[in-house]
Design a protein. Structure first.
Length: 119
């Protein structure tokens, strides 16, 4: 599975941003698609995931109620709508995919997209 993330950028605290991840190369119907992030000097952490079939969603406690993950079957994309952003959300965000859900690692990874939240 090839993954291409986009949508990162600079946003003010309290603002919103939408990330997208385009999947190609394989049918992802039986996959979990996820977002992880890595802030400067910190370890990579799980953000959110969605099961392609059925749409079950999973979130890290730190983003619950602020971030929403969704998928578009027609476009084969997964999106992460981020709201009420704060400086702790500043990180490189990575799109990932796997046939099983693990909130600490996935098999396929895309290149990251940088999100910077200014205070």
């Amino acid at each position: 599975v090839q993954l291409q993330a986009s949508g990162g950028g600079l946003v003010q605290a309290g603002g919103s941003l939408r990330l997208s991840c385009a999947a190609s190369g394989r049918n992802v119907n039986n996959y979990y698609m996820g977002w992880f992030r890595q802030a400067p000097g910190k370890e990579r952490e799980f953000v959110a995931a969605i099961r392609w079939t059925g749409g079950s969603t999973y979130y890290a406690d730190s983003v619950k109620g602020r971030f929403t993950i969704s998928r578009d079957g027609a476009k084969n994309t997964v999106s992460l709508q981020m709201s009420s952003l704060n400086s702790e959300d500043t990180a490189v965000y990575y799109c990932a995919a796997d046939q099983r859900f693990r909130n600490y690692d996935m098999h396929y990874w895309g290149k990251g997209t940088l999100v910077t939240v200014s205070s």
